[in-house]
Design a protein around this ligand. Structure first.
Ligand SMILES: N[C@@H](CCC(=O)N[C@@H](CS)C(=O)NCC(=O)O)C(=O)O
Length: 212
């Protein structure tokens, strides 16, 4: 049985959404980052960077959410185009875009705009502006693709949970109509609803307000 070490955060939810969409059985272990579980000696043995998520599948121990999504796509052959096609590499490119930008930058935006508002105005402005540019990139991509690719892929699983934190980014997703259409479409899927509620059902999927 696959074991997922996770918490109610975007990087954790990427993986539970993927597992649900792929129809795989799995068991979750809660890594409560508010209590410091990520620093526990036993956990650091499988997560050298002290972060969730980590997936254990028999002898395979995989950390870093992008590596885990690629592992699961390889294991099931689902939600990834055929290997070494242009579509495969395009999917991997968008996955890496999320891992390098639409995650690290948005995380800083949460930090400066929501967790420590007013403490560092330059940083708040910088990360807020950079976040807006990334949303523009995403909106343009979704203006001519139903999903990140023409079919649902692991790139959608990686990006969507970060959009779900729009309140912490102070982003009005209505200003990005293609992102809004895609976000709301995926929010209705069983796999996203069940995956979002792991490892604890703490809140419903956030709804975007009607203002534009
Ligand atoms: N690059 C990592 C980032 C993982 C990450 O930042 N995880 C957060 C939760 S979303 C965490 O474990 N934070 C605990 C900490 O930083 O102490 C990945 O994609 O897996």
């Amino acid at each position: 049985m696959i074991e997922l070490y996770t918490w109610t955060t975007p990087n954790g939810r990427k993986i539970s959404i993927a597992l649900e969409e792929m129809g795989l059985d799995y068991k979750t272990h809660q890594i409560d980052i508010r209590k410091g579980d990520q620093h526990a000696e036993e956990f650091v043995k499988i997560s050298p960077n002290h972060k969730l998520p980590v997936l254990v599948d028999g002898e395979n121990v995989v950390f870093e959410s992008g590596a885990i999504l690629l592992y699961l796509a390889d294991k099931t052959g689902k939600f990834i185009p055929a290997k070494n096609t242009p579509q495969f590499w395009e999917t991997v490119s968008w996955l890496m875009w999320q891992k390098a930008a639409f995650g690290p930058i948005l995380g800083q935006t949460h930090h400066f705009l929501t967790y420590h508002p007013g403490k560092a105005p330059f940083a708040a402005e910088h990360f807020s502006n950079t976040t807006a540019k990334l949303y523009e990139v995403l909106d343009l991509r979704l203006s001519n693709h139903e999903f990140i690719m023409d079919e649902l892929t692991i790139a959608d699983f990686a990006i969507w949970p970060w959009v779900a934190r729009f309140d912490r980014q102070k982003v009005d997703v209505s200003a990005y109509p293609n992102v809004r259409r895609w976000y709301e479409q995926l929010a209705k899927r069983d796999g996203f609803i069940k995956g979002y509620a792991q490892p604890l059902d703490v809140e419903a999927i956030p709804q975007i307000g009607s203002s534009s």
